[in-house]
Design a protein around this ligand. Structure first.
Ligand code: TEU
Length: 509
């Protein structure tokens, strides 16, 4: 049985995790200093967002050298020490690989291999970049495709040499001892420039994924696929096809978007429940589970209540997610119940997507107050504020000036939460242990109850005669769901009613 089916993965976004040298930017020695935190939490693996040499236009997702570590984060020696430190503690390392595009500062784009990219005499379509503006930009009389920023030219995977280079570098990292890969926007590597969309899913996707699998073998792989459907996900994660182990899906984090992510549509709980339930059915395939990552606003602010009910709602969000079938991913700070940044000035923001959106919206004549409101709700910087380690200056993140402001909130740091049995951190520890101890959590069948209830999220998991009932109150009301909750209480408050944002797990059979 594949280890990752019972595992919980922790995502480190290194810039904001822990700064060891006082320059205000998190780094690899900072991660190594906090391995005990991860071990204490009980996670099985760490997904490390990019630390490669990069101009840092897109937080490291613009790579200029695939085989190194940016001096901002440390050195290859530090990375080897991180791998060793994780392995000593029984944890694994999953590297983030951006194979769809490079930085425009990569030697290939600077001249060594211009043919590795998608050049045309005229834009081949009218796609817009996911970071605002047209997706084709002219350079030296020709146009190149960039699905993201101008500084992130897309690679041409139709070129066999590109595929060979990518296979070589994956082999290089596997030989270095990494245990898995998270592939950035991997659905985009096969494109149909004529009839397709920037999201990819072109005709050769399966072939390209099988080519990657032939190199990565037993390493765990998770592919990010914006726009993926349940049917496509079931196909690419079917073990028999040897493509990917699991994918990151997006439907559940798009339900509160209007015409764009900057346009808010209030969440309808029955929709979220139905979406999550539908994604449970991947046949032989497997799914990842997440609320937070470095691209999403903090779920406790977005779906929960980051004021009076912050602790209860952070716990209930976690219980709901972790009791689904799939591999849960915990994003740094989520285990503390960290909230959105609550920035109030444009100058607080750092993310290229937010800044370019703000420019574009301003040019369109949008009211600055509306722009700030959209950023405060949706900006990726909400997830990128420094990790709250303790109550000291700069919350233990750095001895210098943090590269991005701290979030304005009174969330207790990891040090305080570690000794408090009622903390969000303690709750995550319990959920992770439960997944390890209870085969039903990892392998059980899923059945949604009360699908139309706008406040209660309830479901069962059943496996080899055992049944767990999960009942979660996603509201500020006190509820008494019409369900038989007789059984042994596994987690949460006793009784049959649930106070604001409370949830419980009961072994009913
Ligand atoms: O993200 C790809 C992606 O489609 C989104 O999550 C994207 O950031 C969001 O939709 C924008 O609104 C990946 C990385 O996770 C992200 O950090 C990078 O910026 C992006 O690819 C480009 O490499």
């Amino acid at each position: 049985m594949s280890w990752w089916r019972q595992a919980v993965v922790y995502q480190v976004w290194p810039r904001s995790f822990a700064d060891s040298d006082g320059d205000g930017v998190g780094d690899l020695p900072g991660v190594i200093d906090h391995l005990d935190h991860l071990q204490d939490l009980g996670v099985d693996a760490v997904w490390l967002s990019p630390v490669y040499p990069s101009p840092g236009v897109d937080g490291g997702y613009d790579i200029s050298d695939y085989r190194g570590v940016d001096p901002l984060f440390g050195s290859l020696k530090d990375l080897d020490a991180l791998i060793a430190g994780l392995h000593e503690r029984g944890m694994r390392l999953v590297m983030d690989m951006v194979l769809n595009h490079t930085s425009d500062q990569h030697p290939w784009f600077r001249g060594e291999h211009r043919d590795f990219y998608l050049w045309r005499d005229e834009p081949a379509n009218d796609w817009t970049s996911l970071f605002a503006g047209p997706a084709w930009t002219e350079r030296d009389g020709r146009y190149y495709l960039h699905t993201f920023a101008v500084e992130q030219p897309d690679l041409d995977w139709e070129n066999r040499q590109v595929r060979t280079e990518m296979h070589d570098l994956l082999r290089w990292w596997a030989d270095r001892g990494v245990d898995g890969f998270r592939f950035d926007v991997i659905s985009m590597i096969s494109k149909d420039l004529e009839h397709g969309t920037p999201l990819g899913f072109g005709p050769r996707l399966h072939e390209f994924l099988q080519g990657i699998h032939a190199v990565t073998g037993d390493a765990m792989t998770v592919g990010e696929m914006p726009g993926v459907t349940v049917e496509q996900a079931a196909l690419v994660t079917d073990p028999a096809r040897e493509e990917l182990d699991m994918v990151f899906t997006f439907e559940h984090v798009g339900l509160d978007h209007g015409v764009s992510k900057w346009d808010h549509r209030p969440l309808q709980l029955p929709e979220l429940k139905a979406t999550m339930a539908r994604w449970q059915g991947l046949d032989h395939g497997w799914n990842s589970l997440y609320w937070d990552n470095h691209d999403q606003p903090r779920a406790v602010s977005r779906f929960g209540d980051d004021g009076e009910h912050r602790v209860a709602s952070a716990k209930t969000l976690a219980t709901t997610l972790h009791l689904h079938r799939g591999t849960p991913f915990v994003y740094q700070g989520e285990e503390l119940g960290m909230t959105n940044a609550h920035f109030t000035a444009l100058t607080d923001y750092r993310d290229v997507e937010s800044l370019r959106h703000a420019d574009e919206a301003r040019e369109r004549g949008q009211d600055p107050a509306v722009i700030l409101e959209a950023l405060a709700r949706t900006s990726r910087d909400n997830a990128r504020t420094p990790m709250l380690w303790d109550d000291g200056p700069q919350r233990g993140f750095t001895t210098g000036k943090p590269w991005i402001p701290l979030p304005s909130s009174s969330v207790p740091g990891a040090a305080e939460q570690r000794t408090d049995p009622s903390s969000v951190l303690a709750h995550y520890r319990q959920l992770i242990a439960l997944r390890h101890d209870e085969p039903t959590v990892a392998h059980g069948d899923f059945h949604l109850l009360l699908p139309d209830d706008a406040r209660v999220w309830a479901f069962t998991r059943t496996y080899e005669g055992a049944t767990l009932l999960i009942v979660a109150n996603w509201s500020v009301d006190t509820v008494e769901p019409d369900l038989d909750q007789t059984g042994e209480l596994v987690l949460g408050p006793p009784g049959t009613t649930l106070g604001p944002w409370e949830s419980r797990i009961v072994r009913t059979g």
